[in-house]
Design a protein around this ligand. Structure first.
Ligand code: NDP
Ligand SMILES: O=C1O[C@H](COP(=O)(O)O)[C@@H](O)[C@H](O)[C@H]1O
Length: 590
């Protein structure tokens, strides 16, 4: 049954009834122990805060961590209070209200990711009143652009929530007035010093918190970290840096990148983004598991036969072939997105919802994993295919891809966690580009019912009677459980039906983009969904030997037609572990 779009009560609501109502409005969100509002206020042991509404007030201003708190020497001394001034169309408010400001600099603002994801996510946060009262956004890149040109560029990709269109144009205009641009080189400290000067003018003497989003190729991360930290970091608030993947291409290059960044930044300041962790259904994994009695007792080798993590795209690498060829699908999707989901899925119950407690459990899973064996991996590459008169190019037809490239655009792998909970349970991953469909899902196949009284009704294929829990991350977000059910009627006939939680039917609220959640978390200092350096090392240690072996032995990928289901080898790999991929549809009905 769909919920009607109820009006949400204000952030000051504290009664249990109000909290319930807020929960149904989808505004409840765990964030760490800063402010305790509403019903769970007493549950401080759980370190929960209810983000009842995004409206920022003084009480929700993030408190810097011990490391981020500036020394007393710089506090107050670093920046002199400037009078209110007019900046572009914005009048900077009087600093006497004592509230800090956040300056967000998108480095690489002229690029694809900035336009496609970062600016739209910032606007969505603004639209939802999630950004602090005082904020400024700067684009930074080498391209020459005026503030007005940046605004025009950004405005092309802004959209309003489809479920909330009121004041859309007005809000866009207000947002764009708070966006500015500075052109500079990535390795020139003087250019960042110029940026610093502009930021200070906008910050107008307030405590200034600064967030840099490095939306640039990884070979210039360290230059920017150096220039920004030396010449444009905050003197009296926090400075944080979001880095986009790829974080290296193997253990060694990743370690070098981490130590390079740590020359200029503390680990606490580095927010390594994996945008899959910001997806709604991935965020919900822990809720599903730890707040429902029925799942957690089943969450082990005792009841689970196998777990499948499946990613597919129905388009190729067109336009990104040059980048992709250096990485391939294992580094692009498996080593980060799918592995992060696996770690969240398989971790033990953390002590609390605190970022460090969660990340401690995730890293234990990663470190308990068996190094990947070549015989447990299948790789593929798409080839040209003509369908309905349309010819789709093969991977190596892309001019930016070297001829004869062996880079996989598809991979399937069987992974194992050698710990008491998961001993012997195959975790099967499959990821591919240019497949027949686009989607990402987690499939949990349970064991057979021992001595099943209805065995005869399933014929010889008992596998078809397996209960399966599907968490569909995208598209059409859903959680459904396949159960065996009696078909109504006088005869005894069973079929497989779904207990189905389809988000679009249940919730009227539009699902926020992953980048919105992650940007807001970075502003709030919430690190739960960002990758800690030891997690990253463990992830690379798992994949690096395999990646090296594939490259050294020049293993040729199995070719599959563009738009197909991928290489047949993936089925043999699953069969080796008595598994049938759940996304093939064959086991949908009995
Ligand atoms: N696009 C996407 O969907 C995704 C991207 N990423 C990662 O995010 C980051 C940004 O991605 P995207 O926007 O696509 O990247 P771009 O290649 O578009 O680069 C962003 C900006 O960086 C500058 N730049 C590009 N190449 C160089 C270079 N060799 N030396 C110096 N500056 C350069 C350019 O700005 P200018 O010339 O104006 O200085 C460019 O506009 C990358 O690390 C990418 O791997 C991760 C996931 C998805
Ligand atoms: O990180 C990446 O993710 C995208 C897929 O992200 P999605 O949110 O659209 O599912 C993928 O296309 C890209 O190759 C990869 O680098």
């Amino acid at each position: 049954m769909a919920l009607s779009a109820a009006r949400c009560p204000s952030s000051s609501a504290t009664s249990a009834a109000a909290a319930d109502s807020l929960r149904s409005c989808g505004h409840l969100r765990p964030v760490p122990r800063r402010v305790f509002v509403g019903r769970v206020a007493s549950a401080s042991a759980n370190r929960w805060k209810l983000r009842v509404t995004c409206k920022q007030d003084a009480s929700s201003v993030p408190v810097p961590t011990a490391k981020e708190t500036p020394s007393k020497a710089v506090e107050n001394g670093g920046v002199s209070a400037l009078p209110s001034q007019e900046y572009g169309h914005v009048v900077s408010p009087d600093p006497s209200d004592g509230e800090p400001t956040v300056s967000i600099t998108v480095v690489g603002a002229s690029g694809d990711l900035a336009k496609k994801k970062i600016f739209p996510a910032l606007f969505a946060l603004y639209y939802e009143d999630c950004l602090p009262k005082h904020f400024t956004i700067f684009g930074y890149a080498r391209s020459k652009m005026t503030d007005a040109e940046l605004r025009t560029m950004v405005s092309r990709t802004l959209t309003c929530r489809i479920d909330k269109r009121e004041n859309c144009n007005e809000k866009m205009e207000q947002f764009l007035k708070r966006c500015f641009y500075h052109s500079g080189q990535y390795d020139l400290e003087e250019n960042f010093a110029e940026l610093d000067k502009k930021l200070k003018e906008h910050e107008a003497g307030r405590v200034s918190n600064r967030l840099f989003y490095l939306s640039i190729p990884p070979n210039i991360f360290i230059d920017v970290a150096k220039s920004a930290s030396r010449s444009a970091s905050s003197k009296n608030g926090w400075t944080r840096v979001i880095v986009e993947k790829p974080f290296g291409r193997d253990s060694e290059s990743s370690a070098a990148l981490t130590s390079g960044l740590k020359q200029y930044l503390d680990e606490d300041q580095i927010f390594r983004i994996d945008h899959y962790l910001g997806k709604e259904l991935v965020e919900n994994l822990s809720v599903l598991r730890f707040s429902n009695l029925i799942f957690e007792p089943l969450w082990s080798r005792q009841y689970i036969r196998n777990v499948q993590l499946i990613f597919s795209e129905d388009f190729g690498t067109e336009g990104r072939g040059g980048y992709f060829d250096h990485y391939g699908i294992i580094r692009d999707i498996m080593q980060n997105h799918l592995l992060q989901i696996l770690a969240l899925f398989a971790m033990e119950t953390p002590v609390s919802l605190d970022a460090e407690d969660i990340r401690n459990e995730k890293v234990k899973v990663l470190r308990s994993m068996r190094p990947l064996q070549l015989e447990d991996v299948v790789i593929g590459q798409y080839k040209s295919h003509t369908k309905g008169g349309v010819t789709h190019p093969g991977y190596t037809d892309d001019k930016t891809v070297p001829k004869g490239s062996l880079t996989p655009t598809f991979a399937a792998a069987a992974l194992f966690i050698d710990n008491p909970r998961w001993d012997g349970v195959p975790f099967l991953m499959k990821a591919g580009k240019a497949l027949h469909t686009k989607g990402a899902e987690i499939r949990v196949q349970f064991r057979h019912v021992p001595g099943n009284l209805y065995k005869r009704s399933f014929g010889s294929d008992i596998d078809r009677a397996t209960n399966e829990l599907v968490i569909r991350v995208q598209p059409d977000e859903a959680i459904y459980l396949k159960i065996n059910n009696k078909v109504p009627g006088l005869e005894m006939r069973l079929d497989r039906s779904n207990l189905n939680l389809l988000y679009s039917s249940r919730y009227s609220k539009e699902i926020p983009d992953a980048y919105e959640r992650l940007l807001l978390d970075a502003i709030e200092g919430e690190r739960r969904l960002f990758i800690r350096s030891d997690e990253l090392n463990a992830a690379w240690e798992l994949f690096t030997p395999l990646l090296k072996e594939l490259e050294e032995k020049k293993i040729a990928p199995e070719l599959y037609p563009y738009g197909s289901r991928g290489p047949v080898g993936a089925h043999y790999l699953a069969a080796k572990y008595n598994v049938r991929w759940g996304d093939l549809g064959a086991s949908e009905s009995v």
